[in-house]
Design a protein around this ligand. Structure first.
Ligand SMILES: *Cc1c(COP(=O)(O)O)cnc(C)c1O
Length: 223
């Protein structure tokens, strides 16, 4: 199926899930996760009207997105993968939203580079809702204090929270937990839900769903 048809299908499913939850379809932004795919696959999605894209690696994104953004200046690019401090400058220069703020050193590095480059990407804090040792993100019980430090110590405006639930568990309790923490903190954006579970995420209040496979097809290189 061409990317345009898949995007139409996902858009319809997002609208139906929002409606079923008593929400307006416009409350949910589709972030098309294009990691591992090149301009040949991305351009048709842009031609079909998709404007918000996500990548999980700074270096990979820096290789392909500057040229695409030059051609399509209204693209909004999100970083959805882990960030290292030595990539903070590149990330601030390239991304419009960084969804993976998850530790003090990254918050400090982002604050510094945002001042230096005078560029202020939107920021989300990644929460490790399953407390998985190998996974990025602040622990649920540490989120309030971390968001407060981002704001007060580093002067960062945090717009919302992001999570990637454990692959071997039902996602709904994780989405519910993320929504509860965001509500408590008065944060508007909730980035949750991927190809397999974005409708469940929308039922729990997702404002951004990050969908890769269902738009671009299976990735050859697992990441
Ligand atoms: C790859 C990725 C996605 C998209 O996953 P699919 O299952 O292909 O839809 C979403 N979020 C993050 C953080 C990812 O790395």
């Amino acid at each position: 199926m061409p990317a345009a048809d898949r995007l139409t299908d996902i858009g319809n499913r997002i609208a139906a899930a929002a409606k079923a939850a008593g929400r307006a379809p416009g409350e949910v932004t589709l972030v098309a996760v294009s990691k591992t795919f090149g301009p040949a696959e991305i351009e048709p999605a842009i031609a079909a009207g998709q404007r918000v894209f996500g990548e999980n690696r700074v270096q990979e994104a820096a290789g392909k997105w500057p040229a695409l953004k030059d051609r399509h200046p209204d693209i909004e690019l999100h970083l959805v993968g882990p960030l290292q401090t030595n990539k903070a400058r590149d990330a601030v220069a390239l991304f419009d939203v960084i969804q993976s703020v998850d530790r003090e050193r990254i918050a400090a590095a982002l604050a510094k580079e945002m001042d230096r480059l005078d560029r202020r990407p939107g920021l989300l804090v990644q929460v490790n809702t399953g407390a998985e040792p190998q996974k990025a993100g602040v622990l649920p019980e540490d989120t309030d204090a971390f968001v407060a430090r981002c704001r007060e110590t580093h002067g960062l405006a945090i717009r919302g929270l992001m999570c990637i639930p454990p692959i071997d568990e039902p996602p709904a309790p994780h989405f519910a937990l993320l929504a509860k923490i965001a509500r408590r903190l008065g944060l508007a954006e909730l980035s949750m839900g991927m190809s397999a579970d974005f409708e469940t995420a929308i039922a729990h209040g997702a404002t951004m769903v990050r969908v890769g496979t269902a738009i671009f097809g299976e990735r050859e290189t697992p990441v």
